[in-house]
Ligand binder design. Sequence first.
Ligand code: UD1
Length: 366
Amino acid sequence: MYILHVVGARPNFMKLAPVELAFKARPKVEQAVVHTGQHYDQNMSGVFFQELGINPPDINLKVGSSSHASQTAEIMTRFEQVVLQRRPDWVVVYGDVNSTVAAALVCAKLEIPVAHVEAGLRSFDRSMPEEINRLLTDQLASLLFTPSEDGNRNLEREGIPRERIHLVGNVMIDTLIRMLPAAKQKISKDLPEEFALVTLHRPSNVDDLSWLQEILSALSNVAIRMPVLFAVHPRTRQRLIDSGFSGNSAPGLRLLEPMPYLEFLGLQTKASLVITDSGGIQEETTFLGIPCLTVRENTERPVTVSIGTNVLVGRSMDRLIGAVNDVLSGRKKKGAGPPLWDDHASERIADILTGNQARESASGAS
Ligand code: UD1
């Protein structure tokens, strides 16, 4: 069985790592990794491969940044050649980035089966590019691996046959559990006793400069109470430059470069609270039991709110400040880890995919 994994952007890499590892242990499985090059900076890509112990990609399509349409089209054009040449039995795609949908669409046209890891998540907000990517990828995939029960319900409602959907748990949490001891080693001794950790990169938060200004003044306000460590994504960095924000006006608010996986995970474990618009960080904080304040109106990961430590503060900085006050005065959500977030999601995927292949071969032979 020959499997091609396709990854492209930062949040894909921690999902690939445990799945690739699980397949390594299976006999008669050959695999290769295609990196689309959607993310290309060392601190957005290379460092994750190193820290997570993934071999460098077998193929890099080097598409780089551009508009959604040209980035997606470029990935499709270049990836089609790889698929025609390598003829994989399965292509595995991850999450909801442009690389995910582009690879799935190429495979659907070439009749190569696609397995989607992290299927079924829905924010029901089609202004998010990721929601479009999720909806389309799930329609194109032959096997859909969901991290939580809500994913199964969403997919069934969209008409996906039940036998294609498998609740396997969360592969990102597989990685978190495996890397946690190493992450703790990276924690700096100079870290303040209390601090807020921040990441923001969604177009809806950073592309509108007046809204970004409001967020920055709220963060400056939080920084009066405790240090705020803000790991700045390249998109956000550009917008900060555009808006003329230097950070000097707000002592306590520290603008940092995007961080490697272990360093960031280490910081999450020690943070008093996390302020974010990332999807993965909502899940990681839930698993770690750290309060998470999400600057979005909705989430495609509702279990982090219903079971975990996540609070949606929406587009209201008053609510953000209120939620910060709640956490600092001890009114925190308790939270628990959702079912099957247990370090075995990748094993389940490898079991199902190899079993599926065996069944298909058997029926083909009869
Ligand atoms: C992408 C994903 C998003 C994910 C995020 C994680 C889509 C639609 N979005 O958004 O779901 O949460 O990755 O980071 O796929 N840039 C660099 N260096 C890089 C990569 C990007 O400087 O290595 C800059 C470029 O100026 C680029 C901008 O960041 O235009 C945005 O990158 P892009 O990949 O288009 O989208 P993200 O915002 O990173």
